[in-house]
Design a protein around this ligand. Sequence first.
Ligand code: IDP
Ligand code: MG
Length: 140
Amino acid sequence: MAVQRTFSIIKPDATRRNLTGKINALLEAGGLRIVAQKRIWMTKGQAEAFYGVHKERPFFGSLVAFMTSGPVVVQVLEGEDAVAKNREIMGATNPANAAEGTIRKTFAESIEANSAHGSDSIENAAIEIAYFFSGLEIVG
Ligand code: IDP
Ligand code: MG
Protein backbone atom coordinates (compact mmCIF):
# COMPACT_ATOMS: atom_id res chain seq x y z
CA MET A 1 0.00 0.00 0.00
CA ALA A 2 1.22 3.44 -0.87
CA VAL A 3 1.28 6.66 1.10
CA GLN A 4 -1.89 8.59 0.26
CA ARG A 5 -3.61 11.81 1.24
CA THR A 6 -7.26 12.10 2.18
CA PHE A 7 -9.58 14.93 3.13
CA SER A 8 -11.30 15.11 6.51
CA ILE A 9 -13.78 17.43 8.23
CA ILE A 10 -14.46 17.68 11.95
CA LYS A 11 -18.14 18.58 11.73
CA PRO A 12 -20.09 21.29 13.65
CA ASP A 13 -21.54 18.88 16.24
CA ALA A 14 -17.97 18.03 17.26
CA THR A 15 -16.49 21.56 17.25
CA ARG A 16 -19.49 22.69 19.32
CA ARG A 17 -18.61 20.11 21.99
CA ASN A 18 -14.89 21.01 21.86
CA LEU A 19 -13.89 17.58 20.53
CA THR A 20 -11.27 18.65 17.96
CA GLY A 21 -8.35 17.42 20.06
CA LYS A 22 -9.97 14.11 20.96
CA ILE A 23 -10.80 13.41 17.31
CA ASN A 24 -7.29 14.39 16.21
CA ALA A 25 -5.89 12.00 18.83
CA LEU A 26 -7.85 9.12 17.26
CA LEU A 27 -6.64 10.08 13.77
CA GLU A 28 -3.02 10.23 14.93
CA ALA A 29 -3.28 7.03 16.98
CA GLY A 30 -4.57 5.34 13.82
CA GLY A 31 -1.37 6.23 11.99
CA LEU A 32 -2.50 9.31 10.08
CA ARG A 33 -0.53 12.58 10.05
CA ILE A 34 -2.42 15.90 9.93
CA VAL A 35 -0.45 17.69 7.19
CA ALA A 36 -2.89 20.62 6.84
CA GLN A 37 -5.66 21.92 9.07
CA LYS A 38 -7.81 25.04 9.42
CA ARG A 39 -10.99 26.07 11.17
CA ILE A 40 -13.58 27.65 8.87
CA TRP A 41 -17.31 28.40 8.83
CA MET A 42 -18.68 27.13 5.53
CA THR A 43 -21.12 29.23 3.55
CA LYS A 44 -24.32 27.68 2.23
CA GLY A 45 -22.87 27.78 -1.28
CA GLN A 46 -19.65 26.06 -0.21
CA ALA A 47 -21.56 23.28 1.60
CA GLU A 48 -23.96 22.79 -1.32
CA ALA A 49 -21.08 22.48 -3.75
CA PHE A 50 -19.08 20.18 -1.46
CA TYR A 51 -22.05 17.82 -1.03
CA GLY A 52 -23.30 18.27 -4.63
CA VAL A 53 -23.24 14.50 -5.20
CA HIS A 54 -26.04 14.20 -2.61
CA LYS A 55 -28.27 16.99 -3.98
CA GLU A 56 -31.12 14.64 -4.94
CA ARG A 57 -31.11 12.89 -1.54
CA PRO A 58 -33.99 13.74 0.84
CA PHE A 59 -31.56 14.82 3.57
CA PHE A 60 -29.61 17.30 1.37
CA GLY A 61 -31.21 20.51 2.70
CA SER A 62 -30.90 19.39 6.29
CA LEU A 63 -27.28 18.30 5.75
CA VAL A 64 -26.32 21.70 4.29
CA ALA A 65 -28.07 23.48 7.20
CA PHE A 66 -26.19 21.28 9.68
CA MET A 67 -22.79 21.75 8.01
CA THR A 68 -23.24 25.54 8.09
CA SER A 69 -24.58 25.63 11.68
CA GLY A 70 -21.13 26.24 13.16
CA PRO A 71 -17.41 26.09 12.50
CA VAL A 72 -15.73 23.02 11.08
CA VAL A 73 -12.09 21.93 10.97
CA VAL A 74 -10.97 20.90 7.49
CA GLN A 75 -7.91 18.70 7.29
CA VAL A 76 -5.56 16.87 4.97
CA LEU A 77 -4.45 13.52 6.40
CA GLU A 78 -1.45 11.57 5.13
CA GLY A 79 -0.39 7.98 5.66
CA GLU A 80 -0.33 4.44 4.33
CA ASP A 81 -3.65 3.69 2.64
CA ALA A 82 -4.97 6.95 4.12
CA VAL A 83 -8.36 6.98 2.36
CA ALA A 84 -9.47 3.56 3.66
CA LYS A 85 -7.65 4.01 6.98
CA ASN A 86 -9.53 7.23 7.72
CA ARG A 87 -12.88 5.58 6.83
CA GLU A 88 -11.96 2.80 9.27
CA ILE A 89 -11.07 5.26 12.06
CA MET A 90 -14.33 7.20 11.44
CA GLY A 91 -16.64 4.19 11.38
CA ALA A 92 -19.96 3.70 9.60
CA THR A 93 -22.10 6.68 8.56
CA ASN A 94 -24.79 5.74 11.07
CA PRO A 95 -23.19 5.68 14.53
CA ALA A 96 -25.57 2.88 15.50
CA ASN A 97 -23.70 0.69 12.99
CA ALA A 98 -20.19 1.99 13.72
CA ALA A 99 -17.57 -0.24 15.35
CA GLU A 100 -16.44 0.29 18.94
CA GLY A 101 -13.65 2.84 19.29
CA THR A 102 -14.40 4.66 16.04
CA ILE A 103 -14.94 8.43 15.94
CA ARG A 104 -18.59 8.07 15.04
CA LYS A 105 -19.36 5.36 17.61
CA THR A 106 -17.62 7.37 20.31
CA PHE A 107 -18.82 10.89 19.50
CA ALA A 108 -21.61 11.09 16.88
CA GLU A 109 -25.00 12.45 17.89
CA SER A 110 -26.97 11.04 14.93
CA ILE A 111 -26.63 9.73 11.36
CA GLU A 112 -26.51 13.38 10.23
CA ALA A 113 -24.51 14.95 13.08
CA ASN A 114 -21.87 12.24 12.86
CA SER A 115 -18.80 14.28 13.85
CA ALA A 116 -16.51 13.55 10.88
CA HIS A 117 -16.25 13.45 7.10
CA GLY A 118 -13.72 11.38 5.17
CA SER A 119 -13.19 11.07 1.42
CA ASP A 120 -14.49 7.84 -0.12
CA SER A 121 -11.86 7.42 -2.88
CA ILE A 122 -8.41 8.64 -3.89
CA GLU A 123 -9.98 10.59 -6.77
CA ASN A 124 -12.51 12.34 -4.52
CA ALA A 125 -9.79 13.00 -1.93
CA ALA A 126 -7.80 14.96 -4.52
CA ILE A 127 -10.89 16.96 -5.55
CA GLU A 128 -11.92 17.70 -1.95
CA ILE A 129 -8.38 18.68 -0.87
CA ALA A 130 -8.09 21.09 -3.80
CA TYR A 131 -11.48 22.61 -2.94
CA PHE A 132 -10.30 23.74 0.51
CA PHE A 133 -6.49 23.95 0.41
CA SER A 134 -3.77 25.39 -1.77
CA GLY A 135 -0.62 23.33 -2.22
CA LEU A 136 1.33 25.79 -0.06
CA GLU A 137 -0.90 25.05 2.94
CA ILE A 138 -0.09 21.33 2.93
CA VAL A 139 3.13 20.49 4.72
CA GLY A 140 3.93 16.80 4.62
P1 IDP B 1 -20.26 9.24 4.65
O1 IDP B 1 -20.08 10.58 5.34
O2 IDP B 1 -20.10 8.10 5.61
O3 IDP B 1 -19.41 9.09 3.41
P2 IDP B 1 -22.51 9.73 2.86
O4 IDP B 1 -23.49 8.71 2.41
O5 IDP B 1 -21.50 10.24 1.88
O6 IDP B 1 -21.80 9.16 4.17
O7 IDP B 1 -23.36 10.96 3.42
C1 IDP B 1 -22.77 12.21 3.64
C2 IDP B 1 -23.28 12.76 4.96
O8 IDP B 1 -24.69 12.99 4.85
C3 IDP B 1 -23.15 11.81 6.15
O9 IDP B 1 -21.88 11.80 6.76
C4 IDP B 1 -24.21 12.37 7.09
O10 IDP B 1 -23.76 13.56 7.74
C5 IDP B 1 -25.32 12.73 6.11
N1 IDP B 1 -26.27 11.63 5.91
C6 IDP B 1 -26.07 10.46 5.24
N2 IDP B 1 -27.18 9.69 5.25
C7 IDP B 1 -28.10 10.39 5.95
C8 IDP B 1 -29.46 10.12 6.32
O11 IDP B 1 -30.04 9.08 5.99
N3 IDP B 1 -30.09 11.10 7.05
C9 IDP B 1 -29.49 12.27 7.42
N4 IDP B 1 -28.23 12.55 7.08
C10 IDP B 1 -27.53 11.62 6.37
MG1 MG C 1 -19.44 10.22 1.67
